[in-house]
Design a protein around this ligand. Sequence first.
Ligand code: PEP
Ligand code: MN
Length: 354
Amino acid sequence: MELESIILPGVEEKRPLVIAGPCSAETEEQVMTTARQLASNGIKMFRAGIWKPRTKPGGFEGVGSDGLAWLQKVKKETGMYVCTEIATQKHVYETLKYGIDVLWIGARTTANPFAVQEIADALKGTDIPIFIKNPVNPDLELWIGAVERIYNAGIKRIGVIHRGFSSYDEKLYRNLPQWHIPIELRRRIPNLPIICDPSHIGGKRELIAPLSQQAMDLNYDGLIIESHCNPDSAWSDKDQQVTPNVLSYILNLLVIRDSKQTTENLTELRKQIDVIDDELLSILNKRMRVSREIGQYKKEHHMQVLQTIRYDEILKDRVAAAVKMNISGEFMKTILEAIHEESIRQQIEIINQK
Ligand code: PEP
Ligand code: MN
């Protein structure tokens, strides 16, 4: 993809690029107060949702087009660039009419190719920067598809926003980060800037700092963080918003490691990783060989492939051992599940052989 920089004139070209502002524009006063505080803390890009996609009807669905005039006022008075979410063609036309600087496509919209195509068609002929949030479901292809639709409309200043993926279970996070998905996206399209949205991943203000640090350590380009002059009274997402002062405090604590440093010392360590990966593969191969032998035995003795009691024991035992080595139990479980699934597949293959 031939992309152009998303850094707008006057914005410093250093990590992280920061976009901050309330989840929603609520009143002119709330927007202006928050914007003034953010601007005085050095923030250059202001966000506020004007149209809010809500899971159920009846909640606060955004102030609509009235809010665009407030964003215009923010721009005029503070000099910050203004950004908002669009979900339909009408939103595109309205935001362009009001001179909004940057648009983003929300997670629920990215999940719908018809909606993204409609937006892409409305954007043809413009060169406004567009950010594309990940779809709510962990589907990298769908995310890339949305990026391609916007790119094919002639937009060159594109970035993506990682806001996590919804899950049915109650978890620490509001939306599971599943870091491997944006990491794979970076591998597939290395020049596509990635912004982290720790507010929507975490869902709680305490998680903003650690998630932001993790994003920086993974070499993300920027952060989009919800900030409100009075978070506890916010009309949407109040638990995850911070005041502009707290935001500055969080940003000042970030450790930014330079990715352009020489990698000479790393070369040696990376060689070791290559060797260890080879070993891992050959051990896996050995394990599969034994699994296949067990499969043969089960076949001859007309036994079932899946022996859940044995599998439960293995899981418990290995996870406990991993935790003692300071390896995450969740991680160990995922590995074992993957290995077990492949063992079962190979055993079934043997059992079905004539
Ligand atoms: C938002 O940025 O306020 C928002 C609605 O985000 P998402 O699309 O990630 O849910
Ligand atoms: Mn929000």
